[in-house]
Design a binder for this molecule. Structure first.
Ligand code: SF4
Length: 119
């Protein structure tokens, strides 16, 4: 059996939408900010995905990191992952900015890592 990193994109954030104890009504605290990876700058070192394993995964087509869920790790663990990034391409952003950031990223040409530079 092989590990398929693409499964991270199919997993729901909350299994069956069951309470997980983090809901404000149950005493939890919703994070007010989202985490975002600028994949155009990511160098694919995998540090963030090794630290915050429930937040970041390595996107299989281009070999760059992506935040696949926003509630998988504590703020402290995510911040630790951010701090490990050697190129500072992970940021806290507003949740409402995620769609625009994704659109801007999709408009860029991102080459798979490991290919020689264009001439
Ligand atoms: S730590 Fe930064 S450069 Fe390394 S994989 Fe994560 S986002 Fe990419």
């Amino acid at each position: 059996m092989t590990n398929d990193p693409a499964i991270a994109f199919r997993v729901t954030a909350l299994e069956d939408n069951q309470p997980n104890g983090r809901e404000p009504i149950l005493g939890g605290i919703l994070r007010k900010k989202a985490v975002w990876v600028d994949e155009s700058l990511c160098i694919g070192c995998t540090y963030c995905s090794c630290v915050a394993t429930n937040t970041f995964t390595m996107e299989p087509d281009n070999g760059r990191a992506r935040a696949f869920r926003q509630d998988g790790d504590s703020t402290e663990v995510i911040q630790e992952a951010i701090d490990t990034c050697p190129v500072n391409c992970i940021d806290w952003v507003k949740f409402e900015d995620l769609d625009d950031l994704r659109s801007q990223l999709n408009a860029k040409t991102i080459r798979p890592l490991g290919l020689p530079p264009l001439r």
